[in-house]
Design a protein around this ligand. Structure first.
Ligand code: DX5
Ligand code: ZN
Length: 225
């Protein structure tokens, strides 16, 4: 099932409530947390997520681009996250397991994220327990970058691993998704589509969401007849 996830990184943060209303036809809201260490940019964190939770009932998809994410799962869950993704490069396997355990304990959907350089097979130790795998299609840190075609084989590989080991798991792509690139990502196997600059900041946000959804839904999905 295709899901559209506008990224609030490109939203008007002074008007969160109206931005959420304009994006209400989407499936999720994507919330990019950056710490200035794991990535060279700083965005927003727990208090802003709490404020956002009061603005909308939409599921909140929290993408942690931070070091030591295992230490922050409970506060983000309490602030209103519905799904939390942690980067496999942020910390060693022991702490990834700790982070996933904390997500389980706090009742949020469990997700892992991969930078462009990371091998798709690195998801194998976790694939049977996670709800979503996020493949970055730009170097994490900034909105408005160009989609990296070099990530298409990785999306295909992760899709084949999901189909084999955990077909209910979602495959999310993040970075440079717009009307020109969305069909490549879906044809490779992605079903959750994050889009920041292609949705927020555009004059007609509902029309942009509808366009992405239409283009995605008319794209043949791998394995579909
Ligand atoms: C980048 C973030 C993305 C970002 C995508 O590190 O993870 O979620 O908002 O922005 P666009 O869609 O503009 O590439
Ligand atoms: Zn993101």
């Amino acid at each position: 099932m295709i899901k559209i996830a506008p990224s609030l990184l490109s939203a008007d943060l002074a008007n969160l409530t109206s931005e959420c209303q304009k994006a209400a036809s989407a499936d999720l809201l994507h919330f990019d947390v950056m710490d200035g260490s794991f990535v060279p940019n700083i965005t927003f964190g727990i208090p802003v997520l709490s404020a956002l939770r009061k603005c909308t009932t939409m599921p909140l998809d929290v993408h942690l681009m931070i070091d030591n994410p295992q230490n922050y799962i409970e506060p983000f869950a309490r602030a209103g996250a519905d799904c939390i993704s942690v980067h496999l490069e942020a910390v060693g396997p022991t702490y990834i397991r700790e982070a996933l355990h904390a997500m389980e304990q706090n009742g949020v959907k469990k997700a892992i994220a991969l930078r462009p350089i990371t091998d798709p097979d690195s998801v194998l130790p976790y694939i049977e327990e996670v709800d979503l795998i996020l493949v970055m299609t730009v170097e994490p840190g900034f909105g408005g970058q160009s989609f990296m075609d070099s990530q298409l084989p990785k999306i295909q590989k992760v899709r084949s691993l999901i189909d084999r080991y955990h077909p209910e798991c979602d495959l999310e792509v993040d970075g440079g998704i717009n009307a020109k690139t969305v069909q490549k990502a879906v044809a490779a196997g992605a079903n959750v589509l994050v889009a920041g600059s292609a949705v927020f900041g555009q004059p007609d946000i509902p029309a942009k969401i509808a366009e992405l959804r239409r283009l995605a839904e008319e794209t043949p999905f791998p394995g579909a007849n």
